[in-house]
Ligand binder design. Structure first.
Ligand SMILES: CCC[C@@H]1OC(=O)[C@@H](C)C[C@H](C)CCCCC(=O)CCC[C@@H](CC)/C=C/C=C(\COC)CC[C@@H](O)[C@@H](O)C[C@H](O)CNC1=O
Length: 158
């Protein structure tokens, strides 16, 4: 049952996410910033009561509902497709881990701890965390897999 390895990956993502958030919350003041790579990467202790880009501040019920739907949908698809494709399994495990990581913060604090502060050229990208990174990485991997499957289908018919 290879599926257990995917759940293990999700647990590892949640563990790293919660450990990094704990270290930031314990050892940094909110707003405090540590330069990692000058002009590019800083660790800035930040809190967000909203979703991506700070939208929907404080809409916790909405976030609970959306997160529960995401978790159920990912677990369903994990059991349905994980045995067919490793990339699909890994993508879904990353999304599951990320969703639960931020869910734990929302349940415990009503907000999410963020700390990756990246400057892309002069644009200061919204401060994010490990859970966000896993979510975005999982979504991008899944989209790439779907596009690749599409191409394969088209080539077969051609
Ligand atoms: C990653 C999704 C955000 C994450 O969703 C979650 O938790 C999920 C499981 C549940 C949400 C209630 C619903 C998400 C709706 C989808 C969404 O929002 C559109 C996303 C597009 C995507 C295009 C690629 C942007 C990505 C942005 C960011 C991440 O870039 C790496 C910036 C993150 C910072 O604003 C940071 O303050 C956010 C804070 O950590 C709370 N995080 C969340 O709400």
């Amino acid at each position: 049952m290879v599926i257990l390895w995917y759940y293990l990956l999700s647990i590892v993502v949640i563990g790293i996410d919660q450990l990094t958030k704990y270290l930031v919350a314990e050892h940094m003041e909110i707003g405090e910033s540590i330069e990692v790579i000058s002009g590019f990467l800083y660790l800035t202790s930040h809190r967000n009561a909203g979703a991506a880009f700070g939208i929907l501040q404080g809409q916790m019920w909405l976030f609970f509902i959306v997160t529960v739907i995401v978790i159920i949908a990912v677990i369903y698809h994990l059991h349905k497709y994980a045995n067919d494709s490793g990339v699909t399994g890994i993508s879904l495990a990353l999304i599951l881990g990320g969703a639960i990581g931020n869910f734990i913060d929302r349940l415990m604090f009503g907000e999410v701890v963020d700390f990756f502060d990246v400057y892309i050229f002069s644009y200061n990208y919204p401060i994010f965390n490990i859970a966000d990174s896993a979510l975005v990485a999982g979504v991008i991997l899944l989209i790439m897999k779907m596009i690749r499957d599409e191409w394969k289908e088209k080539r077969k018919k051609a």
